[in-house]
Design a protein around this ligand. Structure first.
Ligand code: RNT
Ligand code: ZN
Length: 421
Protein backbone atom coordinates (compact mmCIF):
# COMPACT_ATOMS: atom_id res chain seq x y z
CA UNK A 1 0.00 0.00 0.00
CA UNK A 2 1.25 3.50 -0.82
CA UNK A 3 2.45 5.67 2.06
CA UNK A 4 0.35 8.65 0.93
CA UNK A 5 -2.79 6.54 0.84
CA UNK A 6 -2.20 5.23 4.35
CA UNK A 7 -1.51 8.74 5.65
CA UNK A 8 -4.54 10.18 3.92
CA UNK A 9 -6.76 7.42 5.28
CA UNK A 10 -5.35 8.01 8.74
CA UNK A 11 -5.95 11.76 8.59
CA UNK A 12 -9.54 11.05 7.60
CA UNK A 13 -9.96 8.51 10.42
CA UNK A 14 -8.37 10.84 12.94
CA UNK A 15 -10.91 13.52 12.04
CA UNK A 16 -13.84 11.16 12.35
CA UNK A 17 -12.77 9.91 15.75
CA UNK A 18 -11.91 13.44 16.91
CA UNK A 19 -15.50 14.45 16.15
CA UNK A 20 -16.50 11.88 18.78
CA UNK A 21 -13.92 13.15 21.25
CA UNK A 22 -11.40 10.37 20.62
CA UNK A 23 -7.73 11.08 20.13
CA UNK A 24 -6.30 8.46 17.75
CA UNK A 25 -2.66 9.44 18.42
CA UNK A 26 -3.24 8.88 22.12
CA UNK A 27 -4.88 5.52 21.39
CA UNK A 28 -1.78 4.43 19.46
CA UNK A 29 0.45 5.48 22.37
CA UNK A 30 -1.64 3.30 24.65
CA UNK A 31 -1.51 0.45 22.17
CA UNK A 32 2.26 0.58 22.54
CA UNK A 33 1.78 -0.35 26.20
CA UNK A 34 0.16 -3.65 25.23
CA UNK A 35 2.83 -6.32 25.02
CA UNK A 36 1.68 -9.64 23.68
CA UNK A 37 3.56 -12.75 24.71
CA UNK A 38 4.02 -14.97 21.66
CA UNK A 39 3.66 -18.65 22.49
CA UNK A 40 6.66 -20.55 21.14
CA UNK A 41 4.54 -23.67 20.65
CA UNK A 42 2.69 -22.51 17.53
CA UNK A 43 5.97 -22.87 15.59
CA UNK A 44 6.36 -26.61 16.20
CA UNK A 45 2.97 -27.98 17.29
CA UNK A 46 3.94 -28.14 21.00
CA UNK A 47 6.75 -30.60 20.26
CA UNK A 48 9.69 -29.06 22.10
CA UNK A 49 13.32 -30.13 21.94
CA UNK A 50 13.73 -32.75 24.62
CA UNK A 51 14.20 -35.68 22.29
CA UNK A 52 13.80 -36.00 18.55
CA UNK A 53 11.02 -38.53 19.16
CA UNK A 54 9.11 -36.53 21.77
CA UNK A 55 5.56 -37.76 22.30
CA UNK A 56 2.92 -35.14 22.38
CA UNK A 57 -0.04 -35.47 24.59
CA UNK A 58 -2.03 -35.04 27.71
CA UNK A 59 -5.17 -33.20 28.65
CA UNK A 60 -6.26 -31.85 25.34
CA UNK A 61 -2.94 -30.83 23.85
CA UNK A 62 -3.79 -32.18 20.44
CA UNK A 63 -2.58 -30.50 17.32
CA UNK A 64 -4.14 -31.29 14.00
CA UNK A 65 -2.69 -30.68 10.58
CA UNK A 66 0.67 -31.37 8.98
CA UNK A 67 1.40 -28.23 7.01
CA UNK A 68 5.06 -28.28 5.95
CA UNK A 69 7.68 -26.05 7.53
CA UNK A 70 7.41 -26.91 11.21
CA UNK A 71 10.39 -25.73 13.29
CA UNK A 72 12.50 -28.77 14.11
CA UNK A 73 15.44 -27.15 15.87
CA UNK A 74 15.99 -24.28 18.28
CA UNK A 75 17.69 -22.31 15.51
CA UNK A 76 14.65 -22.76 13.27
CA UNK A 77 12.24 -21.78 16.00
CA UNK A 78 14.22 -18.65 16.81
CA UNK A 79 14.37 -17.72 13.15
CA UNK A 80 10.60 -18.13 12.91
CA UNK A 81 9.91 -15.99 15.96
CA UNK A 82 12.31 -13.32 14.71
CA UNK A 83 10.51 -13.34 11.37
CA UNK A 84 7.14 -13.01 13.07
CA UNK A 85 8.33 -10.17 15.29
CA UNK A 86 9.81 -8.33 12.31
CA UNK A 87 6.34 -8.26 10.74
CA UNK A 88 4.49 -7.00 13.81
CA UNK A 89 4.11 -3.44 15.04
CA UNK A 90 4.93 -2.76 18.70
CA UNK A 91 6.92 -4.86 21.07
CA UNK A 92 6.18 -8.45 21.98
CA UNK A 93 7.53 -11.02 24.42
CA UNK A 94 8.28 -14.71 24.03
CA UNK A 95 6.36 -17.33 25.97
CA UNK A 96 8.50 -20.43 26.41
CA UNK A 97 7.62 -23.91 27.65
CA UNK A 98 10.10 -25.96 29.65
CA UNK A 99 10.40 -28.63 26.92
CA UNK A 100 12.03 -26.02 24.67
CA UNK A 101 15.29 -25.95 26.61
CA UNK A 102 18.65 -25.98 24.87
CA UNK A 103 19.55 -29.51 25.98
CA UNK A 104 22.29 -29.98 23.39
CA UNK A 105 21.33 -33.57 22.59
CA UNK A 106 21.56 -34.61 26.21
CA UNK A 107 18.63 -36.43 27.77
CA UNK A 108 17.64 -34.17 30.66
CA UNK A 109 14.51 -35.22 32.50
CA UNK A 110 12.09 -32.57 33.69
CA UNK A 111 13.19 -32.81 37.32
CA UNK A 112 16.77 -32.06 36.27
CA UNK A 113 16.41 -28.88 34.23
CA UNK A 114 18.48 -25.87 35.20
CA UNK A 115 19.05 -22.27 34.24
CA UNK A 116 21.95 -23.34 32.03
CA UNK A 117 19.54 -25.12 29.70
CA UNK A 118 17.80 -21.82 29.05
CA UNK A 119 20.76 -19.46 29.07
CA UNK A 120 20.95 -19.37 25.28
CA UNK A 121 17.28 -18.34 25.18
CA UNK A 122 17.94 -15.57 27.69
CA UNK A 123 20.92 -14.35 25.67
CA UNK A 124 18.87 -14.45 22.48
CA UNK A 125 16.03 -12.48 24.08
CA UNK A 126 18.53 -10.01 25.53
CA UNK A 127 19.89 -9.33 22.06
CA UNK A 128 16.38 -8.76 20.73
CA UNK A 129 15.51 -6.61 23.72
CA UNK A 130 12.44 -8.66 24.63
CA UNK A 131 11.17 -10.29 27.81
CA UNK A 132 10.44 -13.99 28.28
CA UNK A 133 7.57 -15.69 30.06
CA UNK A 134 7.80 -19.31 31.10
CA UNK A 135 5.73 -22.45 31.66
CA UNK A 136 6.37 -25.73 33.39
CA UNK A 137 5.54 -28.62 31.07
CA UNK A 138 3.42 -31.10 33.01
CA UNK A 139 2.29 -33.15 30.01
CA UNK A 140 3.79 -35.19 27.16
CA UNK A 141 5.69 -37.37 29.63
CA UNK A 142 5.34 -40.96 30.85
CA UNK A 143 4.67 -39.71 34.41
CA UNK A 144 1.62 -37.85 33.11
CA UNK A 145 0.20 -40.79 31.21
CA UNK A 146 -2.42 -41.71 33.81
CA UNK A 147 -3.89 -38.22 33.61
CA UNK A 148 -2.50 -36.80 36.85
CA UNK A 149 0.62 -34.77 37.68
CA UNK A 150 0.66 -32.32 40.58
CA UNK A 151 -2.48 -33.93 41.99
CA UNK A 152 -1.32 -37.51 41.50
CA UNK A 153 -1.93 -40.08 44.22
CA UNK A 154 1.31 -41.66 43.13
CA UNK A 155 3.71 -39.88 45.47
CA UNK A 156 6.73 -40.56 43.25
CA UNK A 157 5.04 -38.87 40.30
CA UNK A 158 3.64 -36.00 42.36
CA UNK A 159 7.07 -35.24 43.82
CA UNK A 160 8.60 -35.40 40.36
CA UNK A 161 6.19 -32.75 39.07
CA UNK A 162 6.65 -30.58 42.17
CA UNK A 163 10.39 -30.68 41.60
CA UNK A 164 9.95 -29.84 37.92
CA UNK A 165 7.72 -26.86 38.65
CA UNK A 166 10.01 -25.57 41.41
CA UNK A 167 12.88 -25.64 38.97
CA UNK A 168 10.81 -23.85 36.36
CA UNK A 169 10.05 -21.01 38.76
CA UNK A 170 13.74 -20.72 39.56
CA UNK A 171 14.58 -20.57 35.86
CA UNK A 172 11.81 -18.03 35.22
CA UNK A 173 13.04 -15.80 38.06
CA UNK A 174 16.51 -15.87 36.54
CA UNK A 175 15.05 -14.94 33.15
CA UNK A 176 13.28 -11.99 34.73
CA UNK A 177 16.41 -10.93 36.59
CA UNK A 178 18.71 -11.08 33.60
CA UNK A 179 16.29 -9.49 31.17
CA UNK A 180 15.13 -6.75 33.54
CA UNK A 181 11.44 -7.54 33.12
CA UNK A 182 9.52 -9.98 35.31
CA UNK A 183 8.83 -13.37 33.75
CA UNK A 184 5.30 -14.63 34.25
CA UNK A 185 5.47 -18.31 35.09
CA UNK A 186 2.24 -20.12 34.33
CA UNK A 187 1.18 -23.45 35.74
CA UNK A 188 -1.24 -25.48 33.72
CA UNK A 189 -1.67 -29.17 34.42
CA UNK A 190 -3.83 -31.67 32.54
CA UNK A 191 -5.05 -33.40 35.70
CA UNK A 192 -8.54 -34.67 35.45
CA UNK A 193 -10.66 -37.60 34.60
CA UNK A 194 -12.46 -38.79 31.51
CA UNK A 195 -15.12 -40.64 33.41
CA UNK A 196 -17.01 -39.93 36.60
CA UNK A 197 -14.53 -39.89 39.48
CA UNK A 198 -15.45 -40.46 43.09
CA UNK A 199 -12.47 -38.90 44.80
CA UNK A 200 -12.34 -35.38 43.38
CA UNK A 201 -11.60 -34.11 46.84
CA UNK A 202 -8.38 -36.08 47.32
CA UNK A 203 -6.96 -34.77 44.05
CA UNK A 204 -7.78 -31.20 45.00
CA UNK A 205 -6.20 -31.66 48.41
CA UNK A 206 -3.09 -32.98 46.66
CA UNK A 207 -3.00 -30.14 44.15
CA UNK A 208 -3.23 -27.59 46.95
CA UNK A 209 -0.45 -29.37 48.80
CA UNK A 210 1.76 -29.41 45.69
CA UNK A 211 1.17 -25.73 45.02
CA UNK A 212 2.02 -24.86 48.62
CA UNK A 213 5.27 -26.79 48.26
CA UNK A 214 6.06 -25.17 44.91
CA UNK A 215 5.37 -21.64 46.14
CA UNK A 216 7.20 -22.11 49.45
CA UNK A 217 10.17 -20.45 47.80
CA UNK A 218 9.67 -16.73 47.25
CA UNK A 219 11.25 -14.71 44.47
CA UNK A 220 11.27 -10.92 44.09
CA UNK A 221 8.23 -9.65 42.15
CA UNK A 222 10.57 -7.77 39.78
CA UNK A 223 11.85 -11.15 38.59
CA UNK A 224 8.91 -13.50 38.75
CA UNK A 225 5.13 -13.45 38.71
CA UNK A 226 3.24 -16.67 39.36
CA UNK A 227 0.10 -17.55 37.47
CA UNK A 228 -2.22 -20.57 37.69
CA UNK A 229 -4.51 -21.62 34.84
CA UNK A 230 -7.95 -23.05 35.32
CA UNK A 231 -10.06 -25.14 32.95
CA UNK A 232 -13.57 -26.51 32.85
CA UNK A 233 -12.84 -29.63 30.80
CA UNK A 234 -10.42 -30.99 28.26
CA UNK A 235 -10.36 -33.79 25.73
CA UNK A 236 -9.84 -36.78 28.02
CA UNK A 237 -10.79 -34.86 31.15
CA UNK A 238 -14.45 -34.31 30.40
CA UNK A 239 -15.86 -35.45 33.72
CA UNK A 240 -13.58 -33.48 36.01
CA UNK A 241 -10.62 -31.14 35.88
CA UNK A 242 -8.81 -30.89 39.20
CA UNK A 243 -7.68 -27.30 38.61
CA UNK A 244 -11.11 -25.83 38.09
CA UNK A 245 -11.92 -22.12 38.07
CA UNK A 246 -13.14 -22.16 41.66
CA UNK A 247 -10.06 -24.03 42.77
CA UNK A 248 -7.50 -21.72 41.22
CA UNK A 249 -9.37 -18.48 41.78
CA UNK A 250 -9.61 -19.38 45.45
CA UNK A 251 -5.95 -20.26 45.56
CA UNK A 252 -4.91 -17.13 43.68
CA UNK A 253 -6.88 -14.80 45.95
CA UNK A 254 -5.64 -16.43 49.12
CA UNK A 255 -2.01 -16.56 48.00
CA UNK A 256 -1.76 -13.44 45.87
CA UNK A 257 -1.11 -15.20 42.56
CA UNK A 258 -2.27 -14.33 39.08
CA UNK A 259 -5.24 -16.25 37.75
CA UNK A 260 -4.84 -17.30 34.13
CA UNK A 261 -8.01 -17.00 32.12
CA UNK A 262 -7.82 -18.93 28.87
CA UNK A 263 -10.92 -18.10 26.87
CA UNK A 264 -10.97 -21.63 25.45
CA UNK A 265 -11.39 -23.07 28.93
CA UNK A 266 -14.96 -22.23 29.78
CA UNK A 267 -18.42 -23.15 28.68
CA UNK A 268 -19.00 -21.63 25.23
CA UNK A 269 -21.71 -19.31 26.55
CA UNK A 270 -19.41 -17.93 29.24
CA UNK A 271 -17.30 -14.91 28.35
CA UNK A 272 -13.84 -14.28 29.73
CA UNK A 273 -14.45 -10.60 29.03
CA UNK A 274 -17.11 -10.68 31.72
CA UNK A 275 -14.73 -12.23 34.24
CA UNK A 276 -12.05 -9.54 34.07
CA UNK A 277 -13.68 -6.87 36.21
CA UNK A 278 -14.64 -9.53 38.75
CA UNK A 279 -11.14 -10.95 39.10
CA UNK A 280 -9.58 -7.49 39.24
CA UNK A 281 -11.58 -6.67 42.38
CA UNK A 282 -9.62 -9.30 44.26
CA UNK A 283 -6.35 -9.79 42.41
CA UNK A 284 -3.60 -7.32 41.53
CA UNK A 285 -2.98 -8.86 38.14
CA UNK A 286 -4.31 -11.51 35.81
CA UNK A 287 -2.89 -13.41 32.86
CA UNK A 288 -4.87 -14.04 29.72
CA UNK A 289 -4.43 -16.88 27.29
CA UNK A 290 -6.05 -15.50 24.21
CA UNK A 291 -7.33 -18.20 21.91
CA UNK A 292 -10.40 -19.16 19.90
CA UNK A 293 -12.76 -21.89 20.85
CA UNK A 294 -14.76 -23.57 18.12
CA UNK A 295 -17.66 -25.66 19.43
CA UNK A 296 -16.12 -27.95 22.07
CA UNK A 297 -12.54 -27.45 20.95
CA UNK A 298 -10.16 -24.64 21.73
CA UNK A 299 -6.83 -23.41 20.42
CA UNK A 300 -7.81 -22.13 16.99
CA UNK A 301 -6.03 -19.08 15.57
CA UNK A 302 -7.25 -15.88 17.21
CA UNK A 303 -9.44 -13.71 15.04
CA UNK A 304 -11.17 -10.37 15.55
CA UNK A 305 -14.41 -11.77 16.92
CA UNK A 306 -16.93 -10.66 19.53
CA UNK A 307 -15.22 -12.58 22.28
CA UNK A 308 -11.84 -10.92 21.75
CA UNK A 309 -13.52 -7.55 21.46
CA UNK A 310 -15.25 -7.92 24.82
CA UNK A 311 -11.98 -9.01 26.44
CA UNK A 312 -10.05 -5.99 25.19
CA UNK A 313 -12.95 -3.59 25.81
CA UNK A 314 -13.14 -4.72 29.41
CA UNK A 315 -9.40 -4.35 29.94
CA UNK A 316 -9.49 -0.82 28.53
CA UNK A 317 -12.71 0.15 30.32
CA UNK A 318 -11.19 -1.05 33.61
CA UNK A 319 -8.08 1.03 32.79
CA UNK A 320 -6.17 -2.16 33.46
CA UNK A 321 -3.73 -2.49 30.57
CA UNK A 322 -0.90 -2.64 33.11
CA UNK A 323 -2.68 -5.22 35.30
CA UNK A 324 -3.56 -7.71 32.59
CA UNK A 325 -0.74 -9.74 31.05
CA UNK A 326 -1.59 -11.00 27.59
CA UNK A 327 -0.34 -14.21 26.04
CA UNK A 328 -1.57 -16.10 23.02
CA UNK A 329 -2.36 -19.78 23.24
CA UNK A 330 -3.32 -21.72 20.15
CA UNK A 331 -1.79 -24.30 17.87
CA UNK A 332 -2.84 -24.81 14.31
CA UNK A 333 -0.72 -27.05 12.12
CA UNK A 334 -3.06 -26.92 9.15
CA UNK A 335 -1.90 -23.54 7.81
CA UNK A 336 1.40 -21.73 7.50
CA UNK A 337 2.49 -21.48 11.14
CA UNK A 338 4.15 -18.09 10.74
CA UNK A 339 0.97 -16.79 9.16
CA UNK A 340 -0.98 -18.20 12.11
CA UNK A 341 1.14 -16.15 14.54
CA UNK A 342 0.63 -13.01 12.50
CA UNK A 343 -3.10 -13.33 12.10
CA UNK A 344 -3.56 -14.02 15.80
CA UNK A 345 -1.30 -11.26 17.07
CA UNK A 346 -2.52 -8.66 14.61
CA UNK A 347 -6.14 -9.52 15.41
CA UNK A 348 -5.48 -9.21 19.12
CA UNK A 349 -3.80 -5.84 18.57
CA UNK A 350 -6.66 -4.72 16.39
CA UNK A 351 -9.08 -5.66 19.15
CA UNK A 352 -7.11 -3.58 21.65
CA UNK A 353 -7.10 -0.66 19.24
CA UNK A 354 -10.83 -1.02 18.65
CA UNK A 355 -11.35 -0.84 22.41
CA UNK A 356 -9.04 2.15 22.77
CA UNK A 357 -11.06 4.01 20.15
CA UNK A 358 -14.31 3.68 22.07
CA UNK A 359 -16.11 6.77 23.40
CA UNK A 360 -16.48 5.05 26.78
CA UNK A 361 -17.35 8.17 28.77
CA UNK A 362 -20.16 9.04 26.39
CA UNK A 363 -21.47 5.48 26.55
CA UNK A 364 -21.40 5.59 30.34
CA UNK A 365 -23.50 8.73 30.37
CA UNK A 366 -26.09 7.02 28.15
CA UNK A 367 -26.07 4.07 30.50
CA UNK A 368 -26.43 6.15 33.64
CA UNK A 369 -29.33 8.13 32.20
CA UNK A 370 -31.28 5.13 31.00
CA UNK A 371 -30.56 5.84 27.35
CA UNK A 372 -30.00 2.23 26.40
CA UNK A 373 -31.17 2.67 22.82
CA UNK A 374 -28.55 5.40 22.34
CA UNK A 375 -25.93 3.19 23.98
CA UNK A 376 -26.60 0.28 21.64
CA UNK A 377 -26.76 2.55 18.59
CA UNK A 378 -23.37 4.04 19.42
CA UNK A 379 -21.82 0.62 20.05
CA UNK A 380 -23.06 -0.54 16.65
CA UNK A 381 -21.81 2.61 14.97
CA UNK A 382 -18.30 2.11 16.32
CA UNK A 383 -18.05 -1.16 14.40
CA UNK A 384 -18.02 0.67 11.08
CA UNK A 385 -15.62 3.45 12.05
CA UNK A 386 -12.25 3.38 10.25
CA UNK A 387 -10.15 1.69 12.93
CA UNK A 388 -8.46 -0.36 10.18
CA UNK A 389 -6.96 2.85 8.81
CA UNK A 390 -5.61 3.65 12.28
CA UNK A 391 -4.04 0.20 12.54
CA UNK A 392 -2.51 0.58 9.07
CA UNK A 393 -0.96 3.84 10.18
CA UNK A 394 0.35 2.14 13.33
CA UNK A 395 2.09 -0.43 11.10
CA UNK A 396 3.45 2.34 8.90
CA UNK A 397 5.02 4.31 11.75
CA UNK A 398 6.47 1.07 13.11
CA UNK A 399 8.03 0.26 9.74
CA UNK A 400 6.30 -3.08 9.34
CA UNK A 401 4.15 -4.29 6.44
CA UNK A 402 0.83 -2.51 6.15
CA UNK A 403 -2.52 -4.04 5.26
CA UNK A 404 -2.07 -7.38 3.51
CA UNK A 405 1.61 -6.79 2.65
CA UNK A 406 2.59 -9.19 5.43
CA UNK A 407 0.88 -12.02 3.54
CA UNK A 408 3.39 -11.70 0.71
CA UNK A 409 6.22 -11.62 3.26
CA UNK A 410 4.99 -14.87 4.77
CA UNK A 411 4.74 -16.46 1.32
CA UNK A 412 8.32 -15.38 0.60
CA UNK A 413 9.55 -16.86 3.87
CA UNK A 414 7.71 -20.06 3.04
CA UNK A 415 9.44 -20.36 -0.33
CA UNK A 416 12.86 -19.35 0.89
CA UNK A 417 12.98 -20.99 4.31
CA UNK A 418 10.04 -23.14 5.43
CA UNK A 419 9.69 -25.26 2.30
CA UNK A 420 13.36 -26.24 2.54
CA UNK A 421 13.02 -27.81 5.98
C1 RNT B 1 -4.05 -26.21 27.88
C2 RNT B 1 -3.68 -24.86 28.36
C3 RNT B 1 -2.22 -24.52 28.33
C4 RNT B 1 -1.51 -25.02 27.09
C5 RNT B 1 -0.09 -24.53 26.95
C6 RNT B 1 0.66 -25.28 25.90
O1 RNT B 1 -5.39 -26.42 27.88
O2 RNT B 1 -4.41 -23.89 27.65
O3 RNT B 1 -2.04 -23.17 28.52
O4 RNT B 1 -2.21 -24.73 25.94
O5 RNT B 1 0.53 -24.54 28.17
ZN1 ZN C 1 -3.87 -21.87 27.96
Amino acid sequence: MKKEVIEKAYAFAKEQYAAMGIDTDHALKQLDQVQISLHCWQADDVGGFETPDAVLGGGGIQVTGNYPGKAKTIAQLRADIEKVMSLLPGKQRLNLHAIYGDFKNERIDRDQIEVKHFQSWIDWAGKLGIGIDFNCTCFSHPYANDGFTLSSKNEKYRKFWVEHTKRCRKIAAEMGKQLGTPAVHNIWIPDGSKDVPVDRNAHRILLKKSLDEIFSIEYPKEYLKDAIECKLFGIGSEAMVVGSHEFYLGYAIKNNKLITLDNGHFHPTEQVGDKISSCLQFLDEILLHVTRGVRWDSDHVVIFNDEIQLITQEIVRCKAINRVKVGLDYFDASINRIGAYLIGTRSAQLAFLFALLEPTEKLKVFEETGKNFERLAMLELMKTKPFGAVYDYYCLINNVPVNDDYVAEVAKYETEVLSKR
